[in-house]
Design a protein around this ligand. Sequence first.
Ligand code: AMP
Ligand code: GLY
Length: 428
Amino acid sequence: MAVKKQNILLLGAGGRECAIAWKLSKSPLCGNLFIAPGNAGTRFYGTGLDISVSDFQGIKQACLEHQIDILFPGPEDPLVAGIYDFIKNDPELQHIIVVGPSKAGAQMEGSKAFSKKFMQRHNIPTAQYREFTAENFEEGKTYINTLTPPVVLKADGLAAGKGVIIAQSTEEAQAAFSSMIQDHQFGNAGDRVVIEEFLDGVELSVFALTDGEHYILLPEAKDYKRVGEGDKGLNTGGMGAISPVPFADATFMEKVVSRIVAPTVAGLKAEGIVYHGFIFFGLIKVNNEPYVIEYNCRMGDPETEVVIPRLNNDLVELILKMGEGCLNEVKAEHSTDAAATVVLVSGGYPGSYVKGKVLTGQTDVSGSILFHAGTAVKDGMVVTSGGRVMAVTSLAPTLKDALATSYANAARIGFEGRYFRKDIGWEF
Ligand code: AMP
Ligand code: GLY
């Protein structure tokens, strides 16, 4: 029997959502695609809706009006806020497939303390840690004194990617601990603090799509988080990414699967935590052994901009299989090509920056895909509307060639204050 075309509502407005929209729109199973709110790039693949990702009532109205079959939240906020449960508890909406975990499952990202305890329960390798609140603040101070710096402090809750502090000295760690607990530096997110040992290694991101029992692995990726070349300067959302990751060889990936991915999926199931969607494993390789730095309950950005172009499967078909609990019936097909993405950002990012700058040169680009992030249409022109403006992705048989194409095209896109790192993939 022919499968009905699916009407899809994708939530988000970043480069990740642009890449997902690009991929969904290629599927013969994709019916009407809507992106809320979307950006100047997503309009090439679907219809933008002026609804915030946190406006659950607005999302409900859109689902009813457009007869949505699949709801795909791109970012973590709606998932951590419980969009899955909202949909599943509503008789008018509960038939919709949600690509993402329940509120309980989203705690894997929403609470560092929750995810650390989960890993302990399931013997999943991660840094040694303890957690503290105002109640055992003095104990925390004593604990910090026992650790050899660097010391890692993590606000428990969501802190827009800023809640992790790597203190280089005991004094710095004590000061950071006090500002989190006593001065509420991260608001409620830092009322509980995870303090953990520093792991020295190389990081990578691994992604699985699970139906709660089975899973498929997507291509792995490495992102470049620091704003400056040579991995210097402030942390950003991500300045570029590559896939595959040369140091993630088959032996290492087998360890990742047997010690981390499989026990995570089995652990969620055993604990009755409803999880249908992507699991993002933020990993670090230390002496050839993988450890979990963090879990996220969604895809990464800018990792998606290299992972999704390397996924040869039909993404709508994968989502339907996930919805049926039949992901064991499909095999992930990864392209043998390498992918690289270079992120163009507004001058000043991740600090303050000016919006509304006109973008030029998009029609001069050839051989790359432009995944828009912080862009908008104003008076018929594409203008900047965020810190990360656009991800320039290329595929080629070698990483070197993919990078060369992305760099050639990155230079063709102009806007006042444009900045990008020149050393993405430099170490390989
Ligand atoms: P997270 O938000 O947990 O991903 O942490 C942000 C970044 O802090 C990570 O990408 C790592 O670079 C770093 N980090 C977090 N935890 C550790 C750790 N235990 N050891 C070393 N680096 C860490
Ligand atoms: N690029 C890291 C993240 O999406 O969290």
